[in-house]
Design a binder for this molecule. Structure first.
Ligand SMILES: Cc1cc2nc3c(=O)[nH]c(=O)nc-3n(C[C@H](O)[C@H](O)[C@H](O)COP(=O)(O)OP(=O)(O)OC[C@H]3O[C@@H](n4cnc5c(N)ncnc54)[C@H](O)[C@@H]3O)c2cc1C
Length: 388
């Protein structure tokens, strides 16, 4: 992107800004990075820049699962990386939720969070038996089997059983982000919203109207990395995720966070009679690549069919929306220092797991920025190697 002569003449008069660390991207990960930087180095001047509002990306559009992920996620990690590394990642996720609980959820009165558990559901015995595999023991990841007698009553005639994991949390993601932002404002972090970064030069980070001089830059752009620079095109694939909110009848008493991995569906109750459901991406995998937030009749129909056919519920649609996730090839984030005219770090590519992994990952990148650690935890999986 460039700035025209005319725009610069009219709007480009704001004085240039200086900061110690500029965080580009005000989602959960960017704000959490600012949080950890203020914890580790209260003396630094921190600025957060977002092209829209903080939380306008995936962080303000998800289902509000503060979760470690499904049993199927850990099964595929074990198959790909071996048990030891998969358990390391599980512990990382566990720690991430614990840190978010201690540092944010418990500390702020303005967030209504609900301690909960997640259920990885199986529709039939056959599905459960064929899912099991040698070399993966769900118990090592704190997943406990609930047979049909032990799942919530409304699910008994619809599912064979489920793996349960706790503690996890139900949150309103916008409340979570606002709480972090409020904390950061008391710590004198500067926010610049509705201003897009489009280049990093030796003189600073270029926006449409200004140059932000920063000693260090952290980019937390999630699915929007390739928009920023084509060097990220192969590594971060933007994928749309669609959601639906429906009003349902009273009495569907299912308090957990639910995954149905073969259907690629996740759902939870929000308020008393509101159900949130997302997923069904595989109904149109090619169509769901891209960074434009829209909904499609095919996926929305898939979500509606699941509510009526699988959950057996009558419903009234109250909202439909989508968000953009940044996927990497190995479905884990890339975190690290990259080559750039100003010392620059990237953090992104959470592949649908950013609310779970985000808070500890932000601590990880803050420790890289402040020199406390030399390598990110995620370098054990894949290193972030880019040059701007
Ligand atoms: C529908 C849906 C359901 C999901 N469900 C779950 C779930 O159950 N559990 C889970 O753990 N995760 C889930 N996720 C994923 C999770 O929401 C993301 O992994 C997480 O929000 C990523 O946070 P982030 O801060 O990296 O990205 P984002 O929230 O996308 O933040 C990126 C920010 O960068 C800004 N930006 C982009 N380009 C620029 C630029 N050039 N200059 C300035 N600012 C810029 C954007 O405006 C945005 O605010 C879901 C996502 C979606 C969309």
């Amino acid at each position: 992107m460039t700035t025209s002569h005319w725009i610069r003449q009219k709007y480009g008069k704001s004085p240039d800004i200086s900061t110690d660390v500029l965080i580009v991207g005000g989602g959960y990960v960017g704000l959490s990075t600012a949080y950890w930087l203020t914890e580790l180095r209260p003396d630094l001047k921190i600025t957060v820049l977002d092209r829209s509002l903080c939380g306008a990306g995936a962080s303000g559009r998800n289902a509000g699962f503060l979760t470690k992920g499904s049993a199927s996620f850990y099964k595929s990690l074990t198959q790909k990386w071996g048990e030891e590394k998969a358990i390391d990642l599980y512990r990382f996720a566990e720690n991430s939720l614990e840190l978010a609980h201690q540092h944010i959820l418990k500390k702020t009165a303005d967030i209504n969070y609900v301690p909960s558990s997640s259920l990885t559901l199986f529709q039939s015995e056959q599905q459960y038996v064929s899912w099991q595999t040698e070399g993966f023991d769900p118990r090592k990841f704190n997943f406990h089997w609930n047979d049909n007698l032990r799942i919530p009553t409304p699910l008994k005639n619809k599912f064979f059983g489920a793996f349960e994991n706790s503690p996890e949390y139900k949150i309103n993601p916008i409340e979570l982000l606002s709480s972090i932002k409020n904390i950061l404002e008391t710590r004198e972090v500067t926010f610049i919203e509705s201003s897009m970064a489009f280049e990093i030069k030796a003189s600073g980070v270029q926006t449409e109207t200004t140059t932000i001089k920063a000693k260090q830059v952290v980019m937390a752009l999630n699915g929007y990395f390739p928009q920023f620079n084509a060097v990220f095109k192969e590594a971060f694939i933007p994928r749309r995720a669609q959601m639906l909110a429906v009003e349902i009848e009273e009495g569907f008493d299912c308090p957990a966070l639910h995954y149905d991995p073969p259907e690629r569906v996740y759902w939870r109750k929000a308020q008393n009679n509101v159900l949130l459901i997302g997923g069904k991406r595989l109904l149109d995998e090619a169509g769901e690549k891209g960074d434009f937030e829209k909904i499609s009749p095919l996926i929305q129909a898939g979500l509606e069919n699941y509510i009526s056919d699988q959950l057996g519920l009558k419903y009234k649609v109250i909202n439909r929306w989508s968000g953009i996730m940044g996927f990497t090839e190995h479905e884990l984030p890339l975190v690290g220092k990259i080559a750039a005219p100003v010392e620059t770090f990237i953090i992104g590519g959470f592949s649908g797991h950013g609310m779970g992994l985000g808070f500890a990952s932000a601590k990880d990148v803050a420790e890289l920025v402040t020199g406390i650690r030399k390598e990110s935890f995620f370098s054990n999986f894949k290193k972030a190697e880019f040059s701007l």
